[in-house]
Design a protein around this ligand. Structure first.
Ligand SMILES: Cc1cc2nc3c(=O)[nH]c(=O)nc-3n(C[C@H](O)[C@H](O)[C@H](O)COP(=O)(O)O)c2cc1C
Length: 228
């Protein structure tokens, strides 16, 4: 095989030097996320800046990965919402080890997290569910995420039945939250930032957990550089 799929782009990002990097990862990850959002709004070349690719393993140790939307990023770690009886939910129930990445290829930047998943408390999940559009709340009832379904028609019929059962009255209380609709926080043990630079001589800084504490707590993290 010769050449590279999609051609060869020299990554000309700004990079990241130790003197500019925080002692704990959160300020930099937040700054990059905010810049990705701004870039998406201004130039449109960073689609879905909140797309968080989450990797889990099944009971055979087989990895699995999918995109979700990062719904928050705070000192406890990033979090997302999903069905707790989906494939990922069942995998996390059996093994809470998780890895995730935010990758903004258009900016030559990526952040990687490795750690454990923690199910979100019900009050928080309830608030998120109520904030969803009516149609999304109905779909959460009509679909058992990751389970087989005969065809599209069956799915749409299930949607219509649920919509009849819980009609749209324009209120967040119209549709109750299915018990299996929940979410997870990723509590990181390790965070890496990657900045693509010229000649593939990229920057990679890693924070490894040294003690209990939030992603913004310098005492909780030991920072180092790894080779590109
Ligand atoms: C950009 C993007 C965002 C997504 N956001 C979510 C999400 O927030 N929650 C979710 O459950 N699935 C989301 N999905 C669908 C998942 O990728 C996946 O199909 C679904 O969660 C089922 O995964 P599983 O079978 O591994 O559990 C998203 C997909 C894409 C492409």
């Amino acid at each position: 095989m010769s050449g590279a799929l999609g051609g060869r782009t020299d990554y000309t990002g700004e990079g990241i030097l130790e003197q500019d990097a925080p002692e704990a990862p959160l300020p930099l990850v937040r700054e990059w996320f905010d810049q990705a959002l701004a870039r998406h709004e201004e130039h449109g070349d960073v689609p879905e800046p909140a797309a968080l690719w989450v990797a889990t393993v099944d009971t055979d140790g087989m990895p699995d990965v999918r995109a979700v939307l990062m719904r928050f990023l705070d000192p406890g770690g990033p979090g997302f919402l999903t069905s707790t009886d989906s494939a990922k939910g069942l995998q996390l129930a059996a093994n809470d080890k998780v890895a995730a990445t935010l990758t903004w290829a258009g900016m030559f930047r990526a952040v990687r997290f490795r750690g454990r998943a923690q199910e979100l408390p019900e009050e928080l999940v309830e608030d998120y569910f109520r904030s969803r559009p009516y149609g999304s709340r109905i779909s959460a009832h009509a679909s058992t995420q990751s389970a087989p379904v005969a065809d599209r028609e069956t799915l749409e019929r299930a949607y219509q039945e649920c919509a009849q059962r819980w009609p749209d009255r324009g209120s967040p209380d119209d549709v109750p939250r299915p018990e299996t609709w929940g979410g997870y926080r990723i509590v990181p043990e390790r965070v890496e930032v990657w900045a693509g630079r010229r000649d593939r001589l990229h920057d990679r800084l890693v924070w490894e957990r040294a003690a209990q504490g939030g992603l913004d707590d310098p005492a909780a993290w030991r920072r180092s550089r790894i080779q590109p």
